[in-house]
Ligand binder design. Structure first.
Ligand code: CP
Ligand code: NVA
Length: 336
């Protein structure tokens, strides 16, 4: 265990704006340590006997598995709630739900729509509340992304990170915050209307000045990716957004698809491709096939060629969800 404490016991994990650079780096160090223990088969049941609640009002594969496996590895039980099998939101308010769950559980994860919901859960709970994704933020994903970049390049400061496509939703916001906090050079590559809102942009520019990072908007994809170390993207229509919006998104963002030509345009062989997943890179999904039938494109935000290339580090990124969520839970539950 590192000598200096991370010092976030009892804190909610709602957005990375609430954590300073040292605390975030402390979480990444702890994640590396717990990952090494897991690989070596060394038990780390640091939270033995604790119980956590997992509320998922939106679908999930990675986040759900990560919280479950991490809880199990830490010696905790996890209880799953969705909006069908519980009273959440329909018959019982978030405030009342929070006041019940907080009497039984040691920590509460929430994935859903507005950030106001997870903020309310936190307001009425006395145990840590963890944001497992809202429309506005996806902070646990950013811990995984930063750990993956650190493992791959050996450092974070000065990394040129370009996020292509819809910057205005949870991933665009949260990646920009993570980069601003940790001193990476972040470029939002998108048309003006897909940029993060001016309030978040302003905060991130101020944070970046302190951490040594930069925040840039470049609408031209080929200019944006020059010298990029990381090219990252996300789906163009997120969970909770209406299907009718696909037509407009495809028309607005097709020029921002991550292609092999774009990867080459960085001028570096070392550039990696990242994506929080799930990704529309081929026709092997129901949605992918529907889009193909309607719009005639066989990949959306990233081509299959890039997704399957050696430059793609998406599986390391996905695995790191578990190690970083484990670290985040341990550090908010324990005095470490
Ligand atoms: N990246 C991510 O959050 O994946 P899930 O939606 O599968 O949890
Ligand atoms: N922006 C995506 C991220 C999924 C992990 C969504 O909210 O659907």
């Amino acid at each position: 265990m590192a000598t200096e404490k991370i010092g976030i016991q009892g804190k909610d994990f709602l957005t990375l704006l609430d954590f300073n650079e040292k605390q975030i780096l402390g979480l990444l160090d702890l994640a590396e340590e717990l990952k090494a223990k897991k690989k070596a088969g060394i038990p780390h049941r640091m939270c033995e006997g604790k119980n956590i609640a997992l509320i998922f009002e939106k679908h999930s594969t990675r986040t759900f598995s990560s919280f479950n496996v991490a809880a199990n590895d830490l010696g905790m039980s996890a209880t799953f709630f969705d909006s069908h099998g519980s009273h959440i939101g329909k018959k019982e308010s978030i405030a009342d739900t929070a006041r019940v769950l907080t009497r039984m559980f040691d920590g509460i994860e929430y994935r859903g729509y507005g950030q106001n919901v997870v903020n309310d859960l936190a307001k009425y709970s006395t145990v840590p509340v963890w944001n497992g994704l809202t429309d506005e933020f996806h902070p646990t994903q950013i811990l995984a992304d930063m750990l993956t970049i650190k493992e791959h390049f050996g450092h974070l400061k000065g990394i040129k990170f370009v996020f292509m496509g819809d910057n205005s939703f949870n991933m665009g916001n949260s990646l920009m915050i993570g980069c601003a906090r940790l001193g990476l050079d972040f470029t939002a590559c998108c048309p003006e209307k897909y940029l993060q809102n001016s309030e978040i942009l302003k905060i991130c520019k101020e944070l970046a000045e302190k951490s040594g990072g930069t925040i840039t908007h470049e609408p031209d994809p080929y200019k944006a990716v020059k010298d990029a170390d990381v090219i990252s993207t996300d789906v163009w229509v997120s969970m909770g957004e209406p299907d009718e919006i696909w037509k407009e998104r495809i028309s607005d963002l097709m020029a921002y698809q991550v292609t092999s030509d774009l990867m080459k345009a960085t001028g570096k062989d070392s550039t990696v491709f990242m994506h929080c997943l799930p990704a529309y890179h081929n026709l092997d999904t129901i949605n992918g096939r529907e889009i193909y039938e309607k719009f005639g494109i066989d990949a959306i935000e990233v081509t299959d060629e890039v997704f399957e290339s050696p430059q793609s580090i998406v599986w390391d990124e996905a695995e790191n969800r578990m190690h970083t969520i484990k670290a985040m839970m341990a550090a908010t539950l324990l005095d470490i």
